[in-house]
Write a protein that binds this ligand. Structure first.
Ligand code: IVH
Length: 677
C-alpha cells in the first residue's frame, strides 16, 4: 500500500512540476487546467493519507503557516552583497561606459591600443520592474529566500517566496552546486495584475496602484496563504555566492539556470560592441507595452566572467554592468479640476482633469483618483501639483501630491451630492458612492458595454463607440432596448459607420446572445460585486435563473466565494423594479438561458458523485466525464448534495468525512457496475 502510494506520489509530483515548468518557461503545457487540478487533488489526498511521505520539495508544500500577528521577518546577511547598478539615461553615457570598460581591460594588456579598439562582448536583457530577491540553494534544495534589504542584510521571506509557482523548490539538474545564491526579480505580469486589479476594484478601498507596488506589498504579508493567491512570478537574472560552479560567461550561466528550472528574463541578446545594446534598448522601449511584464529599462552585462572579474566593482556597483533606462512613466503636472465619472455599476469615480502632460509618448489629460475615501485621505485639490503615473495600458493615476507647493487659499475637494449625469440621489458604500438610477445614461453605457463584452455575451457590435452612438441617437434608453434594435433597421442604418453588413452582424450576434449559458448571463447583468468566478459559482449552485432570483440570503451565502456583501447585492438587484422589467423584456424577446444542470434523461439523473483516491481503470477526470455523460453531476468536495462517493486506492480525509455523513460509498468496481447498468 505504502509502496504504491510512494510511487504514485512520485509520479504526480513529477508530472505537476513538469507541467508548471512547461507552462512558465515554455508558454505551453501538456496538461489541461482540469488535468492539472485533478492530479493536484490526487496528490493532496495521497499525502493526507500518508503524512510520512510528505517532503518539503513537494509542490503541495509551497504554502506554510502564517507568522503570528505583530511579528516580523527574521533578518539575515546575503552571502555576497547585492549591489546596485549604474543607471544611465542617454546613449552618450552608455558609450562612455563601454569606452571606460574597454580602456580599463586594455590597460593591463601589452598591446594596449589594439585592445582598446576591439569591441566587447555584451549581453543584454530587460530590466524588470519588480522586487529583487536572493534565493539560497544548498545541494539543490531551496533553503532560504531573502529580500534585497540594504544590499548587505535582507529579510527572510522564504515562506512567501516558496508560494511562487515558477520558483524551483529543487534545482532540476543532476549535480547541483553545493551552495548557490540565485538572484532575480519577483514580478506580477501585466495580465495577472490587471485581473487582480479588476477583482479588487469593488472590494478594496485602497486600490492596487501598480504591479511593482503590489509585489512589494505582497512579499511583506505575514500570511503565505494570501501570498499564494497572488499571481507572482520569479524571473532570474544572475547569481551571488556560488560553491562548486564553473561557468565562463553569463550566457553559460543563463543556460545552466534555465536547465535548473528557472524562468529567465527575455528577450535576451548578445552583441559584439555597444551599438547592438543601444539598438536593443530602443527596440524594447518601442515594444514596451506589448511585453508581458513591466520593465523600466535594459541591463547590459559583459558576457565573459573573466572580464567581469578583471573590471571589478565600485563601492556601489559592478563596473561590468549598466542599466540603460527607458523614458520614465511618471510626470508632474497640475490639476485643473476634479470631476466625477459614472461607471457601469453606478460607481462614481473622482477623476483629475490635468494640464496635458506627455508620459512616454502619450499625452495624458485625465487621471483616476480611485474613490472618494482615498481622495479625502490623500487630499488632492484643484490647482495642486501632482505626480502622475501611466503604466502600460493601465489608466493613468495620481500617485503623489506635492501639497507643499499648494496655495493657502485652496479648499479641500468635496464629494458630489447627486449624480453628475442624471442628478439622482447617491448611495454611499464604504469609500465609494453609487448613483441609484439604473437607467442613468452613463451607467447605461457602461452596463451595455459590459453586457456585450467578450467574457459576458460577446456581442462585438456593441462596443463602446457604437453604444455611445446608439444612446446619443436615443435608440437605446434602457438595457432591454438592445433587444429591439433588430426592429429598428432604418434608424440604425442612418447612423455613421453602420451599413447593411454591420447591421446584419449585430442582428446575428444578438440572436446568438439569446441562448447564453447561465453563468455568462449572470455576469452580463452587471450586478455589483459579481465577477466572472462568482457568476460561475452561482450558476453551478442554482442551475436556473429563477432559482437564483428566488434564493434567500442563507442559500446565497452557502455558495463558494459569496459573502454577506455579495448576497445583499444580489438580493437588492433582483428586487429592483428595473431588473424585473429588463428580464420580462428579455424573455419576451426570446431569451432562453441554458441551464447549468446536466441534461435530463440520463441513467444517473439526480445523482451527484464525488471521487476520492486513485482509480485503477481510468483517471478521475475520465470518471467524472463518464458520469456527467449519464446525467449526473460531480463535486470535488463532500457536501450535502453528494449522493455517491467513489473511494479508490489511498482515499483519505474525504472518505472519512463521507463515512461520518453516512453517505453511500462505492468501490471502483461497484461504481462501474452502476454506470454500465
Ligand atoms: S543584474 C550586479 N539584471 O536592477 C548587477 N538586475 O541590479 C546585478 N534588475 O534592484 C543585477 N532586472 O533587482 C540585473 N536583468 C536584470 C535586472 C536587474 C532588474 C534590478 C535588480 C536591482 C537593480 C540593480
Amino acid at each position: 500500500m505504502t509502496a504504491s502510494a510512494r510511487k504514485r506520489i512520485g509520479e504526480l509530483r513529477k508530472e505537476l512540476e513538469r507541467a508548471s515548468e512547461l507552462y512558465y518557461n515554455h508558454g505551453s503545457s501538456d496538461l489541461s487546467d482540469s488535468d492539472y487540478d485533478a492530479r493536484w487533488a490526487e496528490l493532496v489526498e495521497l499525502e493526507t493519507a500518508h503524512p510520512d511521505l510528505v517532503t518539503p520539495d513537494s509542490p503541495t508544500q509551497r504554502v506554510g503557516a502564517p507568522l503570528p500577528k505583530g511579528s516580523s521577518f527574521d533578518k539575515a546577511d546575503h552571502l555576497v552583497p547585492m549591489l546596485s547598478i549604474e543607471s544611465l539615461t542617454n546613449e552618450e553615457e552608455v558609450r562612455e561606459f563601454d569606452a571606460r570598460a574597454r580602456k580599463s581591460l586594455a590597460s593591463d594588456d601589452d598591446e594596449e591600443e589594439e585592445r582598446e579598439e576591439a569591441p566587447l562582448h555584451w549581453v543584454a536583457e530587460p530590466k524588470l520592474d519588480g522586487v529583487s530577491a536572493n534565493l539560497l540553494y544548498e545541494n539543490g534544495e531551496f533553503v532560504r529566500g531573502l529580500s534585497r534589504g540594504d544590499g548587505t542584510t535582507g529579510e527572510d521571506i522564504t515562506q512567501n517566496l516558496r508560494t511562487i509557482r515558477n520558483l524551483p523548490l529543487r534545482l532540476a539538474i543532476d549535480d547541483p552546486p553545493a551552495r548557490i545564491e540565485v538572484r532575480g526579480e519577483v514580478i506580477m505580469n501585466r495580465d495577472a495584475f490587471a485581473r487582480l486589479q479588476a477583482e479588487s476594484e469593488t472590494t478594496q478601498d485602497t486600490p492596487f496602484r501598480n504591479a511593482r507596488n503590489t509585489v512589494a506589498g505582497t512579499l511583506k504579508l505575514l500570511d503565505p496563504r494570501t501570498v499564494a493567491r497572488r499571481p507572482l512570478d520569479f524571473i532570474c537574472f544572475g547569481i551571488g555566492h556560488a560553491e562548486g560552479l564553473e561557468v565562463a560567461s553569463h550566457s553559460e550561466l543563463r543556460d545552466l539556470l534555465d536547465r535548473s528550472g528557472f524562468t529567465l528574463a527575455t528577450p535576451y541578446e548578445q552583441s559584439e560592441g555597444i551599438d547592438g545594446v543601444v539598438a536593443y534598448r530602443d527596440r524594447l522601449e518601442a515594444d514596451r507595452d506589448e511585453m508581458p511584464y513591466e520593465m523600466d529599462g535594459i541591463v547590459a552585462k559583459l558576457d565573459s566572467v573573466e572580464e567581469q572579474h578583471r573590471l571589478g566593482r565600485t563601492a556601489r556597483a559592478p563596473r561590468w554592468a549598466l542599466a540603460f533606462k527607458f523614458a520614465p512613466r511618471r510626470a508632474t503636472t497640475r490639476v485643473l479640476g476634479i470631476t466625477a465619472q459614472v461607471g457601469r455599476t453606478g460607481k462614481i469615480t473622482p477623476v483629475a482633469e490635468l494640464e496635458p502632460v506627455e508620459i512616454a509618448g502619450v499625452t495624458v489629460r485625465r487621471a483616476t483618483l480611485h474613490n472618494w475615501g482615498l481622495l479625502d485621505e490623500r487630499d488632492v485639490r484643484v490647482d495642486d501639483h501632482v505626480e502622475i503615473e501611466r503604466a502600460g495600458d493601465v489608466i493613468p493615476a495620481v500617485v503623489e501630491v506635492h501639497s507643499d507647493k499648494r496655495d493657502k487659499k485652496s479648499r479641500k475637494q468635496k464629494p458630489p451630492t447627486e449624480c453628475p449625469t442624471c442628478a439622482s440621489a447617491l448611495e454611499p458604500e464604504g469609500a465609494f458612492l453609487y448613483c441609484i438610477n439604473l437607467d442613468c445614461p452613463d451607467q447605461l453605457k457602461g452596463r451595455i458595454v459590459h453586457f456585450a463584452s467578450r467574457r459576458a455575451l460577446d456581442i462585438r457590435r456593441l462596443g463602446e463607440k457604437y453604444v455611445d452612438q446608439l444612446i446619443d441617437a436615443g435608440l437605446v434608453k434602457r438595457l432591454e432596448d438592445v433587444y429591439t434594435l433588430p426592429d429598428r433597421k432604418a434608424e440604425v442604418l442612418a447612423l455613421d459607420r453602420w451599413g447593411e453588413k454591420s447591421y446584419d452582424n449585430l442582428v446575428e450576434e444578438l440572436d446568438r446572445a439569446k441562448s447564453p449559458p447561465l453563468a455568462k448571463f449572470v455576469l452580463a447583468l452587471g450586478i455589483r460585486h459579481v465577477g466572472e468566478q462568482t457568476a460561475k459559482d452561482l450558476a453551478d449552485e442554482f442551475d436556473t435563473l429563477d432559482a437564483l432570483r428566488n434564493a434567500d440570503e442563507e442559500a446565497l451565502v452557502g455558495v463558494h466565494g459569496v459573502g454577506e456583501e455579495v448576497a445583499a447585492s444580489l438580493i437588492h438587484f433582483f428586487a429592483l423594479e428595473e431588473t424585473g422589467r429588463f428580464l420580462d423584456a428579455a424573455f419576451a424577446a426570446g431569451l432562453s438561458i441554458e441551464s447549468s444542470a446536466a441534461p435530463a434523461g440520463g441513467s444517473l439523473d439526480g445523482m451527484t458523485f464525488c471521487f476520492t483516491g486513485g482509480m485503477t481503470r481510468m483517471t478521475r477526470d475520465a470518471a467524472r466525464a463518464l458520469v456527467e455523460e449519464h446525467g449526473a453531476r460531480t463535486s470535488s468536495s463532500i457536501t450535502k448534495k453528494v449522493t455517491h462517493v467513489v473511494a479508490g486506492e489511498g482515499a483519505g480525509s474525504k472518505l472519512a468525512k463521507a463515512e461520518k455523513l453516512g453517505l453511500e460509498v462505492l468501490t471502483e468496481d461497484e461504481f462501474l457496475e452502476i454506470v454500465e447498468r
